[in-house]
Design a protein. Structure first.
Lengths: 153, 123
């Protein structure tokens, strides 16, 4: 059961990773990229439309991760402690902390992606999107490496 | 659709307050509840394995605080967010919106600092 949950958690995380990366690149990259180029087409997608999907995917990934975390604490972490993989446990702790902080930023992130002509709002949107992208990438990579070190089953 | 400024104030205050309170909860071990996954037990407040089983058998009942820390921070941030929503709009205009990302960024650095002990353990 936990293996199925972990796989679903990973698949939803992949979708989230794609969406947030797309949005983060669009807020940083210039909108004047050559229209016919791959990046030009990539950039011209209305990334504001990704916002709701990102919020749902982030929330679902966090909830699934919170459930899997119970099994991790009982089945996986003791083995990592016995193997003295302290750095892996440290990185995993950071992942949990960052995810919690990111989860609480979702309402503000939602507000920031609403239409606004305010220059300050655009900067805040860029900063929040980048922060969430960092959290998602960090969590994805650490989760993936942890599973490589010691998975379930 | 432009969102009502009360919700905007709530969302901004909630995000920033959560980040601060989360770091405080982790640093001070202020978990609203403790989870013992192997026992299927949830206990109010911060408890340690030695509180529920013999210290020598602590490894059989690992305690989890992450859920409790997040709940503590969420509860506190909810109060701050509601206060911010009730605040007059003219007060809110004086607050620099950049705090919304500066505060969580600093909180993340705080989390890194709190995690440093893991990396100083000898393999």
């Amino acid at each position: 059961m936990v293996t199925v949950l972990l796989i679903v958690h990973g698949l939803v995380a992949v979708a989230l990773l794609g969406a947030i990366t797309h949005q983060a690149l669009s807020v940083w990259a210039p909108a004047r990229a050559r229209p016919g180029s791959f990046f030009g087409r990539y950039r011209t997608v209305p990334t504001g439309a990704f916002t709701n999907a990102i919020i749902v995917l982030y929330s679902v990934t966090a909830v699934l991760g919170a459930i899997v975390y119970l099994y991790f604490r009982v089945d996986v972490r003791p083995a990592l402690e016995q193997a003295s993989r302290w750095e892996a446990l440290g990185f995993f702790d950071l992942k949990e902390h960052f995810i919690a902080i990111g989860l609480a930023l979702l309402p503000a992130y939602y507000v920031c992606w609403r239409p606004s002509r305010n220059e300050e709002s655009t900067r805040t949107r860029m900063a929040l999107t980048s922060m969430l992208a960092f959290i998602v990438w960090w969590s994805f990579l650490v989760g993936h490496v942890m599973n490589d070190i010691r998975g379930f089953g | 659709m432009i969102y009502p400024s009360a919700f905007r104030r709530f969302a901004f205050a909630f995000g920033a307050a959560f980040a601060v309170l989360y770091v405080v909860a982790v640093a001070k071990k202020l978990a609203l509840f403790t989870v013992y996954p192997s026992l299927g037990l949830v206990v109010w407040g911060t408890h340690f394995s030695r509180d529920v089983v013999d210290p020598a058998l602590g490894f059989l009942a690992p305690a989890m605080y992450w859920y409790g820390w997040a709940a503590t921070a969420a509860l506190g941030a909810l109060v701050v967010g509601l206060l911010a929503a009730a605040m007059p709009e003219r007060w809110a205009r004086r607050v620099w919106p950049g705090w919304l990302w500066v505060i969580p960024a600093l909180a993340m650095l705080g989390c890194v600092y709190l995690t440093v002990p893991w990396f100083s353990l000898n393999p």
